[in-house]
Write a protein that binds this ligand. Sequence first.
Ligand code: XMP
Length: 435
Amino acid sequence: MKQDMIVILDLGSHENTVLARAIRALGVYSEIYPHDITVDQLKALPNVKGVIINGGPNNVIDGVAIDVNHEIYSAGIPVMAAGHEKALCDVKLPQFDNDEQAIKDAVKGFIFDTCKAEANWNMTNFVNDQIELVRRQVGDKKVLLALSGGVDSSVVAALLLKAIGDNLVCVHVNHGLMRKGESEDVIEVFRNQLNANLIYVDATERFLGKLAGVADPEQKRKIIGSEFIRVFEEEARKLNGIEFLGQGTIYPDIVESGTKTAKMVKSHHNVGGLPEDLQFSLVEPLKQLFKDEVRACGLELGLPYNMVYRQPFPGPGLGVRCLGAITRDRLEAVRESDAILREEFRNAGLDKKVWQYFTIVPDFKSVGVRDNARSFEYPVIIRAVNTVDAMTATIEHVDWAILDRITARILAEVKNVNRVCFDMSPKPNATIEWE
Ligand code: XMP
């Protein structure tokens, strides 16, 4: 392993990920760990050059102040305290205040001068390290990969192809919640262009059957996630020597599924919902990367720009955009309106500018007029957001003329829809998806 590491201890600051990213941007690898990590656990991590204790407004939980293990201060690794940590420390540590430039200077001074960390975190080293780790973990066994065709799974596929070649078996499951034309694209790129081993499974009826009548978003995610695993297990049983499951889990999936100090936002299917009888070991080479780093990794691996900069698509697919209990009429309305939105964004050049854009169909109707009669049909909501790492997001200020055109097309071409709305909400307080 080549890269030095700065460990951030999480005392409940919302800025942990910002700090980790800032340190990585300086060329030094950084990871976030729970505040109560022991000295032994800390020392077991590779190449730790320094520790930053990052406090924040959450560092009182249920009325009790949380603190790090004080033995860490004398573990022989340089330690720095940041944020609101002052009140908790009884040991004199380097501090920095909340001025942004001062923070940057202090962190820089700490990691390079005090810790003597080397700026050796880059994608070439990362890819080479991961290839080595994957080969070490997997040996000559086979890895089954859930290839949805989104950025994360595509980059994992490219990385695993490089690491283990034909021992990678990609399975594309069409869960019936894919965007229009998407499964066809996956087959074209991976089977025809990249020559990957690719098995295509159309499981639409199976998924929609399991999801029938299920309205709770967490429940929907769990069903989709566990059904996914079951399909893979069935595919694996048909093959010989499959022991591993590749997954495109990335850092925000892990952080947002809840840490000791951060409340769970939502369970992402690739972390929660795995069945207890799971028979695979997981291979998750991207699990420490932020989204923009995943894209850089894809380019490093030689994937085409279009694929790497494709907008992200959630594992549960259109299932979390067809709100509440999924029905086929609303699912088709989501799929068709999404296809129109994507086509119009492409025509307007917005596909290169906007990070994620899609439509949502809620499970209620509103009154409208169709053919001179009172109609009672579904609304379509348009969402278009920009973000760097999906942890926060702002909305794209789409031109009225473009929205007018999209609205006219959706109302004319999509069945069961009589109203189009635009979601103005940033994250937070909203999340990017509606469920
Ligand atoms: P939220 O809605 O949490 O979304 O602001 C942040 C990013 O994550 C995607 N997302 C998911 N991805 N499984 C995934 O693989 C999920 O269950 C899931 N939920 C949200 C979302 O599309 C956005 O890019």
